[in-house]
Design a protein around this ligand. Structure first.
Ligand SMILES: Cc1ncc(C[n+]2csc(CCOP(=O)(O)OP(=O)(O)O)c2C)c(N)n1
Length: 289
């Protein structure tokens, strides 16, 4: 069971958010703000090259009110592992040590450090905020880009499927793996709180739409994060000590209501839409509630 989070009772003060230089409606910034509502002051965060590493401020200004370290692309979980070791040597306890990467910084270029930290069961947790493209450098394709999506270097649409990072992290044998969405803040915060309270390595993967890359209005990032869950393509669940539980039930709205309004899917075929709908129907039909 995950703790219930009462949104009314969250602290007023934001430890990340106001004054950030992200785009209007940036879901990465929304995820950061939501996370810091529950992680609070005793948190140290490492972020590899990505939008999130840069939008926290510029020149001498920063929105972070906790120690934040911008790492090289490949190594945020390794740096966080080192921070934990240094805290331990000094006898400093009760600190959340987090690495926080984009989909490239987690699933692609940053993967070896992530996999290594998980295998060593470091006492840290990693958050992947997934906008399904490499947005900070102009929206290139990555392993988290869904099949058929148009990107700045896939003019005909990505030919292969999205790599299932949650499944990959689960088979590392770590104690806690969870998916999350910026459209379900109480669920997201409860999962972060749980990851923070556990000893050992945890992994949380947040779907965080980028309006530029996805081709949706800038005030619709939360709405499309919600539709991804409601249509069944982005399942919200957790696996705690091997026990899997769905945390939000999808309404199973038609997949096309999520896909069609996004410009990145403007070349998707009717067959592919049908295939996705069939995949969702089979999955929820089979697994049940
Ligand atoms: C080793 C290395 N390769 C490439 C880059 C250039 N680079 C900086 S950010 C970035 C994309 C990051 O994508 P992602 O992790 O998905 O985060 P997002 O920008 O989408 O927030 C790239 C390719 C780099 N800084 N270092």
């Amino acid at each position: 069971m995950i703790d219930k989070i009462n949104l009314e009772q969250l602290p007023q003060e934001d430890l990340f958010g106001p004054g950030n230089v992200g785009c209007k409606g940036c879901a990465a910034a929304i995820a950061g703000r939501q996370a810091m509502k529950v992680l609070r002051e005793r948190t140290m965060i490492t972020i590899p090259a990505s939008c999130m590493a840069t939008l926290g401020g510029n020149n001498r200004r920063t929105t972070w009110k906790i120690p934040f370290y911008h790492t090289l692309f490949e190594c945020a979980p390794a740096v966080s592992s080192g921070i934990r070791a240094a805290l331990e040597v000094q006898g400093i306890k009760n600190v959340n040590v987090v690495s926080w990467g984009g989909d490239a910084g987690s699933a692609d270029i940053g993967f070896q450090a992530l996999s290594g930290a998980a295998e060593r069961n470091e006492d840290i947790f990693h958050v992947c905020y997934d906008n399904e493209m490499y947005m900070n450098t102009g929206g290139q394709t990555g392993s988290q880009t869904p099949k058929t999506a148009l990107t700045s270097n896939a003019f005909l649409g990505k030919p292969t499927n999205k790599k299932n990072m949650l499944a990959i992290m689960e088979v590392h044998g770590i104690g806690y793996v969870a998916s999350a969405s910026i459209a379900f803040p109480a669920d997201l915060m409860a999962k972060l709180k749980k990851a923070a309270s556990r000893k050992g390595f945890s992994y949380i993967h947040i779907l965080a739409p980028c309006f530029r890359g996805w081709g949706i209005p800038s005030d619709q990032t939360v709405e499309f994060a919600r539709r991804a869950v409601y249509c069944g393509l982005w399942e919200l669940y957790e696996v705690e000590d091997g026990i899997r539980k769905r945390t939000v039930e999808p309404q199973l709205i038609p997949v096309k209501d999520y896909i069609f309004p996004q410009k990145r899917f403007s070349k998707i075929s009717a067959e592919e839409i049908n295939r996705l709908q069939q995949q969702v129907d089979d999955y929820y039909g089979k697994v049940g509630k």
